[in-house]
Write a protein that binds this ligand. Structure first.
Ligand code: PGA
Length: 307
């Protein structure tokens, strides 16, 4: 992956002064988007140390999807339990429903557990569904909602996803809220429109942003091995933060973690982590291997750029 390197003067403080993105040619958006990016990226070069625009702790989630057996999951849990993880990262794994209880009772407390879906309301006569109350009952702290596989394979729409998010948050579960464009939407210059519309659907219904992590996952990068370049990811993360600033509040924009997902692995995580608006990752395939997942968690060290 190529990054655009610019000489970085030494400063001390909280924010990197020369994010590479500002000087990178934007290859992927039409002119009106580029001008928006220029407007929204006019951060003053000021203090710098940590390449982090948001104020939240680095967050890495492992989405195991519909993978694993009792044996493979026992091994994965044991690898995770013995992994050395940097302390300044929130780490979450999301096993398939049937193994949730087993994982949450055998996994170290250092790592929290997430569900991959939840029902829109209280449990009852909803065959095949799992309620937020049941998830909390087995020690689950998070739920992934709006994942592209649920949007595009299962057919969930913004409104349905919004209902799930509102209910989960009202009941005290954290939500990993996924957004992201299809390849044809990117090629048609609609990346921001799609992401903003999906974001708005969350913003319209959620009671607060305290317990939400946004996962930007371009659909064309999920499970394809085709990772977004650090610049492509940074562009959208910056735009999402800007959207939150304008449409929710400056405080929410600063404290909400915006994590990247889509073919993240042990080799590409550190370049991505260096981007100012990337606050962590949602990892699919590579989260099924304990040591590689640990490498991704520990990519937080790339964020601590000496200024
Ligand atoms: P991937 O999946 O890392 O296998 O691309 C990411 C995700 O779907 O969350």
């Amino acid at each position: 992956m190529e990054t655009v390197a610019t000489p970085c003067p030494r400063f001390s403080g909280l924010r990197r002064s020369c994010p590479t993105f500002h000087n990178a040619p934007s290859q992927s958006f039409p002119p009106h988007i580029n001008s928006l990016l220029r407007l929204s990226s006019s951060r003053k070069p000021s203090r710098a140390v940590v390449a982090m625009a948001g104020s939240g702790k680095f967050f890495v989630g492992g989405n195991w999807k519909c993978n694993g057996t009792k044996d493979s999951i026992t091994k994965l849990v044991s690898d995770l339990n013995s992994a050395k993880l940097e302390s300044d990262v929130d780490v979450v794994v999301s096993p398939p429903f049937v193994y949730l209880d087993m994982v949450s009772s055998s996994l170290t407390d250092r790592i929290e557990v997430s569900a991959q879906n939840s029902w829109i309301g209280k449990g009852g006569a909803f065959t095949g569904e799992i309620s937020v109350e049941q998830l909390k009952d087995i020690g689950c702290k998070w739920v992934i909602l709006g994942h592209s596989e649920r949007r595009h394979v299962i057919g969930e729409d913004d409104q349905f996803i919004g209902k799930k998010a509102a209910y989960a948050l009202n009941e005290g579960l954290g939500v990993i809220a996924c957004i992201g464009e299809l390849l044809e939407e990117r090629e048609a210059g609609k990346t921001f429109d799609v992401c903003f519309q999906q974001l708005k659907a969350f913003a319209d219904v959620v009671p607060s942003w305290d317990n939400i992590v946004i996962a930007y996952e371009p659909v064309w990068a999920i499970g394809t091995g085709k990772v977004a370049t650090p610049q492509q990811a940074q562009e959208v993360h910056l735009a999402v933060r800007d959207w939150l600033k304008k449409n929710v509040s400056e405080e929410v924009a600063s404290k909400t973690r915006i994590i990247y997902g889509g073919s993240v692995n042990g080799s590409n995580c550190s370049e991505l982590a260096k981007q100012e608006d990337i606050d962590g990752f949602l990892v699919g395939g590579a989260s099924l291997k304990g040591p590689e997942f640990a490498t991704i968690v520990n990519s937080v060290t790339s964020k601590k750029v000496a200024a």
